[in-house]
Design a protein around this ligand. Sequence first.
Ligand code: ZN
Length: 78
Amino acid sequence: MKFLLWAGLIAAVIWVLRSKKKSSPAAPSPAPSSAKREIEVMLRCADCGTHFPASEAVFDASNTAYCSSEHRQRHAVH
Ligand SMILES: [Zn+2]
């Protein structure tokens, strides 16, 4: 029976630690990451016209989206 008590105590400690971790405001983004992963917003590169996920986007000063920093620089030269 002692083993069951210890197992319960350890489980309780783990549960408390987990709930503490969840409540801590570690994530800088206000949007929930789980929903963001499921519905990925697609953007169009202003330089080459390729569609790519918004999480990989590179923005310039005027908030224009590019597929890579290379294309952002290339577009700025034009
Ligand atoms: Zn591009």
